[in-house]
Design a binder for this molecule. Sequence first.
Ligand code: AMP
Length: 211
Amino acid sequence: MKMILLGGPGAGKGTQAQILSERLEIPTVSTGALLREAIKEQTPLGMKAKSYTDAGGLVPDDVVIDMVRERLGKDDCQKGYILDGFPRTLAQAQALDTMADIDLVLYLYVADETILERLGGRRVCESCGATYHVLYQPSAAGELCERCGGTLGIRDDDRPETIRKRLEAYHAQTVPLVEYYQKQGKLRKVEGQEEVEATTEMTLRAMGEQP
Ligand code: AMP
C-alpha cells in the first residue's frame, strides 16, 4: 500500500501515520521529520531548509523532491509507505507521479480554528518524534515521552505567528491537491475533527480495512 496523508498542519497526519504504520507494517515517510532531522544534524540540506521552516513557509520543491526520491528508494519502502506532509505543492505531486504509483490519498479535514488550538498544545518527543497534546493526548509519562522516555518539547514552528503562515501556505499551495487527486479517483475524505481513536476508525474504514 502506497498512500498519502493529506491535510493541514495539525490535522493529525503524523499521529494517524504513526498508528497506521504499526498496523500495516509499512514505514512513514514524513518530510517534516526528515527536514527537522537534517536541521538538527546541521547537514547542508538542513541549513538550507532552516530559514524556510522557521518562517512557516515551504522548503523549495527541488530540495524536498530529491529528499523523498532518495528515501523512497530505500529497501524498507519497497512494500509500501505512508507519506506524511508530502506532496504539498502541485509540482511535488507531479514529481511523485513519476516516482510511484500511489494507491490512496486520505484527506484529513480539520477547520482552521481547531488547527490553531491543536498546534498551540502540541508537544513532540525530542528523541523519537512521537507527538502528544497537553489536553487531548497527554503522555502517560507526564513530561517525558511514554514510548522512549525522551524529553518533550515545543516545535519552533508551533509559535502563533508561524502557525498562521503555515496555514496560509497550506491554503494557497496544498489545498489544490485535493482536486488533483480527486480527478485521479484516489481521494478519500476523513473528518479529522474527532478524537484520535475515532479518526483512526474512520481512516481504516476509508481504506477498506476492519477497524
Ligand atoms: P510538518 O512537520 O509536515 O508540519 O513540516 C514542517 C515544516 O517543514 C513545514 O512548515 C515546511 O516548512 C517544511 N516542509 C515539510 N514538508 C514539506 C514539503 N513537502 N514541501 C515543502 N516544505 C515542507
